[in-house]
Design a protein around this ligand. Sequence first.
Ligand code: ACO
Length: 334
Amino acid sequence: MRNSRLRPVKITGLSTYVPPRVLTNADLERMVDTSNEWILQRTGIRERHIADPGTATSDLATRAVQSALQEARVAPERIGFIVVGTTTPDTIFPSTACMVQNNIGARHAWGFDLGAACSGFTYALTTAAQMVATGAHDYALAVGADVMSSIIDYTDRTTCVLFGDGAGAAVLGPAEEGEPHIIDFAHEIDGSGGAALMMPAGGSRLPASHETIDKRLHYVKQDGAVVFKFAVKKTEEISRRLLDRHGIDPSQIDLFVSHQANRRIIEAATERLGLAPDKVVINLEKYGNTTAGTIPLALADARREGRLKKGDLVLLASVGAGFTVGAVLLRWSL
Ligand code: ACO
């Protein structure tokens, strides 16, 4: 939004959805060699929501989108563009965006899925915002949704305790002069870190076969320590880069909402930024890491708790597989 010919864009509706079934740390104690104490101490997670078999990412996304549209008072026919950040599309093709479009009856929309892992929502927000900013469309949907349980190995204690399922959606529209709006973004990718967090099989490199299934290669594999260090460093770095561009000191931020992977990552990064804990949203104890769903879920909880008011200066930040890195600065508009 640095180009002055672009029009300001605001979030006009935001909503989330998680499936009702809850998987607690006690449940996981019965599945793998772990303990509630280890999970809580090392990650901060107490429970996560898990979709029933047969429930796909578009099902969660559709629920979130429908209630976001209600809040925005925007009819589905007025949506021009839909982008779904997801790592767990219903199918490799067609895209989850097509399924959401059909489910909600967005007859005049086009769109696609966006693969940015845990940065799915920040990247989707930026992408959708450009469509409104340029005037290409008046209303656009930015969705972050994942059914991580579909790619998690529930015999691997190093990953199965971390993730949950969930979705969030924002409706974007033009802001009037002087209204709170999305201010700017900063994003980067670093493919050299790809091997640290990935699903090895199921793509064109290693298509599904009996061998890939026997070797359990259709599940998330990660080097937790590498991801941890990168996430702390880059969350701080991208946040500072974006704030510096606008001459904003981190202390001026009203609310910092980062990707929710691990309480220790968020605390280390926000300590480096010098942010007071009351300015930082941490809600991963209830949901675990829902990948593209975490940031809207955290925004929604902050709103519910009265921590987010119209006009507040909000910084979103994410680090995900790829690696993908992102930050979005905005004035809260709801
Ligand atoms: N229960 C009990 N013990 C466990 C578990 C578990 N669930 N998982 C691992 N352990 C054991 C390990 O086997 C290891 O045992 P050992 O010392 O005998 O080998 C010990 O605990 C310590 O393991 P570490 O991997 O060193 O534990 P660490 O403190 O690094 O925590 C964790 C691991 C939680 C995965 C951490 O590295 C992390 O959060 N990394 C970030 C990864 C992440 O969140 N990725 C998600 C997507 S990317 C993103 O969102 C940024």
